[in-house]
Design a binder for this molecule. Structure first.
Ligand SMILES: [Zn+2]
Ligand SMILES: [Zn+2]
Length: 393
């Protein structure tokens, strides 16, 4: 056995991790694994990704590097890990998370991620402090790219900077054991962004629950502009032919199919045949629009899953198409709007024909006020416009 590989040999290494490793809970994972492997040292974000110093036995360091690849957080994408002997003169007495280092930027900004199952459950749980809160998120889900002004990805460089954390959020943000440790957009009903409802004339609508009111308005055949994560959408009941035609003529979009959003896979299966790959895509953190085959002759369908009493999709949604573009709710706001809807809604980019999608409240009032009957807006700025992506299996 080579002497320098002896398990008790203490060595110090500098480990550089590149890829999508900021804003995805990477540092807490490094911290947890370093502790588990009995290593001392430090981890920080810098312009090139994540930099780790470790001090411990060679075996422990090898185990740490292996587990880092196997147990990296769900939204992280490691491109490379390079290891070099540590040449500095610091002595590490513990493992710590250091402040981000500002330097030339070469790292990747992570995309927004669809609400994770835990955050979704908390948003719908009346005992949770996130109950009915449309901006619930954690280290493994929520906005990233759409709110970042510059990197390293820290709260003060995002459009969350103007919302001072309440003591509860502050405690969770700093608690390494917590699911929201260093979740930059952490927010709650006490300290975070809020939504409100306006009429097309700009007048505030007096309602104690604007989101639930939107659901009622959609059921009544109204067109509502909804400010989401990466842009403002136009929404309406996808089963109401009159409303869909109205949307087409007001938006001056006469032919292109509209994208749909449904509460869950069960609702989509009333209209389309879903395979395993399509289900996986719909439920992935990227939450794209997936083009799915329509069940042919749905009216004669004998399949138990296919309940013909649910309303039909309006003919004007996707004229002449044998597929429909479906997505699942990817923010708590969308989960809350759809929770009382057993049929899909249209969710299409908020713009006039081929103009770019609106992201700004004032712009939306000006342009979408002519298309929508109501606007559901919020007071967090969308910094970067993020369009919904479309995929087909
Ligand atoms: Zn989450
Ligand atoms: Zn709070």
């Amino acid at each position: 056995m080579a002497i320098n590989n002896h398990p008790s040999t203490i060595s110090q290494e500098e480990i550089r991790v590149r890829g999508t490793v900021q804003g995805v809970g990477f540092r807490p994972t490094v911290y947890r694994l370093a502790k588990a492997c009995n290593l001392k040292g430090e981890v920080c974000n810098d312009g090139q990704g994540v930099l780790i110093y470790v001090s411990g036995t060679t075996d422990a360091i090898a185990e740490f590097v292996q587990r880092l690849q196997l147990e990296s957080p769900p939204l992280a994408q490691i491109e490379s890990i390079s290891r070099t002997p540590y040449r500095g003169d610091r002595v590490f007495c513990d493992f710590t998370i250091a402040q981000s280092v500002k330097s030339s930027v070469q790292t990747q900004i992570p995309p927004d991620a669809a609400t994770c199952p835990q955050c979704q459950a908390e948003t719908l749980d009346s005992r949770s402090r996130w109950y009915n809160y449309p901006f619930t998120n954690c280290t493994h889900c929520g906005p990233r790219l759409s709110i970042i002004r510059s990197i390293p990805y820290d709260r003060k460089q995002t459009s969350m900077a103007e919302f001072a954390m309440c003591p509860d959020c502050d405690r969770e943000y700093h608690d390494i054991e917590n699911r929201r440790f260093h979740a930059q957009p952490i927010a709650c009903p006490v300290c975070g962004p809020r939504v409100w409802l306006e009429g097309a004339n700009g007048e505030k609508i007096d309602t104690s629950n604007p989101i639930d009111t939107v659901c009622t308005l959609l059921k009544q055949g109204e067109i509502v502009a909804i400010k989401g994560l990466g842009g403002i959408h136009l929404a309406c009941d996808a089963t109401n032919e009159t409303t869909v035609q109205q949307l087409r003529s007001r938006k001056q979009r006469y032919h292109k199919p509209f994208a749909l959003m449904a509460r869950d896979l069960g609702v989509i299966e009333q209209y389309c045949t879903l395979n395993a790959q399509e289900k996986e895509l719909l439920q992935s953190p990227a939450a794209p629009i997936v083009l799915i085959d329509v069940i042919p002759n749905r009216d004669n369908c004998r399949d138990v899953a296919c309940n013909v009493s649910t309303p039909k999709i309006a003919a004007s949604v996707a004229p002449g198409q044998t597929t429909l573009g479906f997505m699942l709710p990817y923010t708590p706001l969308h989960h809350l709007i759809l929770q009382r809807l057993d049929y899909p809604i249209i969710l299409t980019s908020g713009n006039l024909s081929d103009e770019p999608q609106c992201i700004d409240n004032q712009d939306a009032r000006l342009k979408l006020g002519k298309i929508a009957d109501y606007l559901l807006l919020h007071n967090r700025d969308i910094v970067n416009r993020v369009d919904d992506s479309v995929v087909r299996v």
